[in-house]
Ligand binder design. Structure first.
Ligand code: CP
Length: 350
């Protein structure tokens, strides 16, 4: 049984197989049109989404399968207090695979322990968004021809931005990639991510200036300042327009640099950039459907009926200080930390 909770749940070889399969699907659509006939995907979305949910839906339909689920937690028994564990024990009676988005960090990991069918993390709080990462890897590979030796600028909300955390973790596994971390001081990359970059021998510089390294970049990955992650509305108002990419700011960039964005955008990319050949964010959405088709095929091929699964590693009982962690929302969950590479972290949300 395979799940996808974090991008690094897949080995580099498996990731590359998924990217290659996505590219084969793009080239041979008809070959895959019945590949998931008789299979059902359940999309359990506790948090709003346009791209991820509809992309999963389109992916399963294009593979000949069917889709059930909810797009609003208030329309499910979650609103009556049902736990994630109980919800997925029910869903496994109806579906072959689950894609879950949740505002609590670690919720898809909890789901994977109880579902007995493959679980895909479709975004959990500010923790991880591995299918966006697969989307981004397919985009970079298709547009740049490689996943190594790239200078990647990531811009905006690096503190809460799960797409950035997942993408950095994935690109750190390839030789020669280096990162420019562009954010206001208040939204710097979390310390555990900076440590992860250091431990993996990655090269990264931090700056608050969008233009400082622009001419050196192969990929410029813009992100939104996310209103929904702020507890202080005044701080959001102060930071929301920290970076606005306009076409004139692209003047100093390489001709073949690409601009990506997981979307939705608010103000951070001006409409005049859309016309520039370097703008790839709408192509990126399309690549995302093929990345998810490839992932569904891969996990359904590997997954069979299975019982409940347990967390691995050296575990100790310890409360998590993160208020957004699922263990602080569902008291019945055991609070566990894990020792990993000499550091201790929450087994669910870090
Ligand atoms: N990129 C992304 O996750 O978009 P949605 O929130 O619309 O799914």
């Amino acid at each position: 049984m395979r799940h996808l909770i974090d991008p690094t749940d897949l080995t580099v070889a498996e990731t590359e197989q998924i990217v290659a399969l996505a590219e084969d699907i793009i080239a041979n659509r008809a070959k895959y049109s019945e590949a998931c006939r008789g299979k059902k995907l359940a999309t359990l979305f506790y948090e709003p989404s346009t791209r991820t949910r509809l992309s999963f839906t389109a992916a399963m339909l294009e593979l000949g399968g069917q889709v059930i689920g909810f797009s609003d937690a208030n329309s499910s028994s979650v609103s009556k207090g049902e736990t994630v564990a109980d919800t997925v024990r029910v869903i496994r009676c109806f579906a072959d695979i689950i894609a879950m988005r949740h505002f609590k960090e670690g919720a898809p990991l909890v789901a994977s322990q109880y579902a007995g069918i493959p679980v895909i993390n479709a975004g959990d709080g500010s923790h991880a968004h591995p299918t966006q990462t697969l989307t981004d890897l397919v985009t970079v590979h298709a547009e740049k021809g490689r996943l190594f030796g790239l200078k990647v600028g990531v811009v905006g909300d690096l503190k809460y931005g799960r797409t950035v955390h997942s993408l950095l973790n994935a690109l750190l596994r390839y030789e020669g990639n280096s990162f420019v971390l562009i954010s206001p001081r208040e939204l710097r990359l979390p310390e555990y991510m900076l440590q992860a970059i250091k431990q993996k021998g990655g090269k990264a510089v931090e700056t608050a200036d969008l233009q400082e390294y622009m001419s050196e970049l192969d990929v410029l990955y813009m992100t939104r300042i996310q209103r929904e992650r702020f507890s202080d509305a005044d701080e959001y108002e102060r930071l929301k327009d920290s970076y606005v990419l306009t076409r004139d700011k692209l003047g100093s960039t390489k001709e073949d640099m690409i601009v990506m964005h997981p979307l939705p955008r608010v103000n951070e990319i001006a409409a005049d950039v859309d016309k520039d050949s370097r703008a790839k964010y709408f192509e990126q959405v399309n690549y995302g459907k093929f990345a998810r088709m490839s992932l569904l095929l891969t996990l359904l091929k590997d997954g069979g009926a299975s019982g409940e699964t347990k967390l691995g590693g050296t575990l100790t009982q310890k409360s998590c200080p993160n208020p957004r962690c699922i263990t602080n929302a569902e008291p019945s969950l055991e609070k566990l930390s894990i020792f990993d590479g000499g550091t201790e972290r929450c087994a669910y949300c870090e």
